[in-house]
Design a protein around this ligand. Structure first.
Ligand SMILES: *[C@@H]1O[C@H](CO)[C@@H](O)[C@H](O)[C@H]1NC(C)=O
Ligand SMILES: *[C@@H]1O[C@H](CO)[C@@H](O)[C@H](O)[C@H]1NC(C)=O
Ligand SMILES: *[C@@H]1O[C@H](CO)[C@@H](O)[C@H](O)[C@H]1NC(C)=O
Ligand SMILES: *[C@@H]1O[C@H](CO)[C@@H](O)[C@H](O)[C@H]1NC(C)=O
Ligand SMILES: *[C@@H]1O[C@H](CO)[C@@H](O)[C@H](O)[C@H]1NC(C)=O
Ligand SMILES: *[C@@H]1O[C@H](CO)[C@@H](O)[C@H](O)[C@H]1NC(C)=O
Length: 412
């Protein structure tokens, strides 16, 4: 008697289950082998044929001075796992002359970097760096411009740097890593607008080789700086200079904002247009980090008035007498009765504080009282008139009325 398995339907024998299982396995393994063969083959083919993925041109053009040494790193190398073995870096010019990997000529490749010592104007052009391992390859191009050393070319080649106005800040002589690699004593001379700086004084101090400490940073320190070092190669000494355009950033501070308007109540006529400005005083504080908005019944204006009858106006930042202000208006296209019962609130927040100011809309007094009292006054007048008329009738009788009638007649 064959064994029966429960839950697999009627009359299913174990041998049948096993058969189905093996069948499925065979199909699955055939599929995976087929797919993997399909996937791996084109990839191997691509690399073998040197068909590299081109990443494009690096956005930064390298601008150098004629006569100075140049060392360029492959721009896409940071995307690669540089520690992994078997990564091969090659350089070639756009016109496809491959650059030799040995230090025998003026131009060579060493540890993945392209060296040109010294650079000539004819070296200007496009260079393509190829990085490959056993399974992957990509390329990127770099633009090099070599210029004669002139005032104009120096300002064109300057590296922008910014230090904030404060007690001290650092200038860095940039793009020297290839030249100071493995060197313990790096001597850099600093100049400001071609005048050598006293680098051991109270104002400037040379620190850790490539840095210059600037004390008491003020707006007068802005301008062009030059740093220079010498580099020896093949029994010759070369100058390497870098130009820096230094900008001094005014110190930014944050203050506690103060909401100075709106007033507690605002008068408006129903049906009219209304603008309530929320004005915030910042003093010397910077507006960029201060956020300002309006709320109605603790709901954002956009959510409370989806029809757009009430909106928040454009934010304005301005200065009056060197004090900074921010203003955001609340704009009613048309004031309706509901607004008189709504709680409006201006909210201001920055890292130092959070503040709110509430305001309510009141119906304008002069207009509304007139409207409300006019019918009442009319009724009082009419009633008063009737009362006086009746009293007069009772007291003086018809004669008085006749005299009155007569005089009235004479007058006309
Ligand atoms: C080749 O480089 C690619 C991209 O960095 C990496 O994913 C892959 O594992 C590397 N292959 C080998 C064999 O090192
Ligand atoms: C790098 O690739 C080039 C060109 O394919 C080859 O001539 C060179 O021997 C390779 N170098 C290394 C270290 O694999
Ligand atoms: C190589 O140079 C030629 C002529 O200067 C230019 O037309 C071409 O676009 C350059 N190719 C690359 C990849 O920069
Ligand atoms: C920095 O400036 C202040 C005021 O201008 C001055 O008193 C101080 O001596 C200066 N410090 C240095 C190191 O120059
Ligand atoms: C390097 O700069 C120094 C100082 O400016 C100068 O005396 C020297 O002639 C320069 N050397 C070269 C090779 O340009
Ligand atoms: C705000 O609340 C008041 C009272 O609860 C209500 O009368 C008014 O309609 C509300 N306004 C809005 C815009 O929701």
């Amino acid at each position: 008697m064959p064994l029966r398995l429960r839950g697999l339907g009627p009359e299913v024998s174990p041998s049948c289950v096993l058969l189905k299982f093996w069948g499925a396995m065979a199909i699955w393994s055939m599929l995976t082998v087929g797919v993997s063969a399909f996937v791996i083959q084109p990839e191997e083919h691509t690399v073998a044929a040197g068909n590299c993925h081109f990443r494009g041109k690096h956005p930064q053009t390298r601008l150098k001075v004629e006569g100075e040494p140049v060392a360029m790193r492959c721009p896409q190398v940071p995307y690669w796992d540089s520690a992994s073995a078997g990564v091969n870096v090659t350089w070639r010019r756009n016109d496809s002359t491959t650059i030799p990997g040995e230090e025998k000529t003026r131009v060579w490749v060493q540890d993945g970097a392209l060296w040109i010592v010294p650079a000539l104007q004819g070296d200007s052009g496009t260079y393509i760096c190829t990085v490959r391992n056993a399974s992957y390859c990509d390329e990127m191009s770099v633009e090099l411009g070599v210029f004669e050393k002139t005032e104009a070319s120096l300002s064109l080649m300057s590296y922008p740097q910014i230090i904030p106005m404060s007690t001290s800040g650092l200038l860095v002589c940039p793009d020297l890593s290839e030249f100071i690699h493995n060197k313990t004593d790096v001597k850099i001379q600093w100049y400001k607008e071609s005048v050598p700086l006293d680098q051991g004084g109270e104002k400037f101090l040379s620190v850790r080789g490539t840095r210059l400490l600037v004390n008491n940073v003020s707006v007068e320190d802005a301008g062009y700086y030059t740093c220079a070092m010498t580099f020896a190669h093949g029994g010759r000494s070369y100058n390497i200079t870098r130009n820096i355009k230094l900008r001094i950033k005014k110190k930014e501070e944050e203050t506690i904002p103060v909401i100075i308007s709106p007033r507690q109540t605002i008068s408006a006529s129903l049906g009219s247009r209304l603008t309530i400005p929320c004005k915030v005083f910042l003093g010397a504080g910077i507006p960029t980090t201060t956020v300002l908005w309006w709320m109605a019944n603790n709901t954002h204006i956009d959510d409370a008035y989806q029809g757009g009858r009430v909106t928040e106006g454009q934010r304005q930042e301005y200065s009056e007498n060197n004090e900074n202000y921010i203003e955001v208006p609340l704009i009613f296209e048309r004031v309706i009765r509901e607004d008189l019962h709504t709680d409006f609130k201006c909210v201001v927040i920055n890292t130092m504080s959070f503040q709110t100011l509430r305001t309510t809309v009141k119906e304008a007094a002069s207009f509304s009282w007139g409207i409300a009292l006019a019918p009442l006054a009319l009724i009082i007048l009419v009633l008063g008139g009737i009362w006086i008329h009746r009293r007069c009738k009772r007291r003086t009788g018809k004669t008085y009325g006749l005299i009155e009638l007569k005089t009235g007649h004479q007058d006309s």
